[in-house]
Write a protein that binds this ligand. Structure first.
Ligand SMILES: [Zn+2]
Length: 54
């Protein structure tokens, strides 16, 4: 079983020591946040997470 569904992780461009991992905000919108949060508050929108199902 996979731990998580396709979580893309790469180096944080701001602090360069953290990694960007997929998170969700209060609105349940996906975004990428730094693992050094709250020391590093770099975030990046995650547009590909939007799913349209009718
Ligand atoms: Zn960072």
């Amino acid at each position: 079983m996979a731990k998580d569904e396709d979580v893309t992780i790469w180096d944080c461009p701001k602090c360069s020591t953290g990694k960007l991992v997929k998170r969700k905000n209060k609105q349940q919108e996906a975004f990428y946040g730094c693992t050094n949060f709250p020391e590093c508050r770099y975030t990046q929108p995650c547009d590909e997470e939007k799913e349209f199902e009718y």
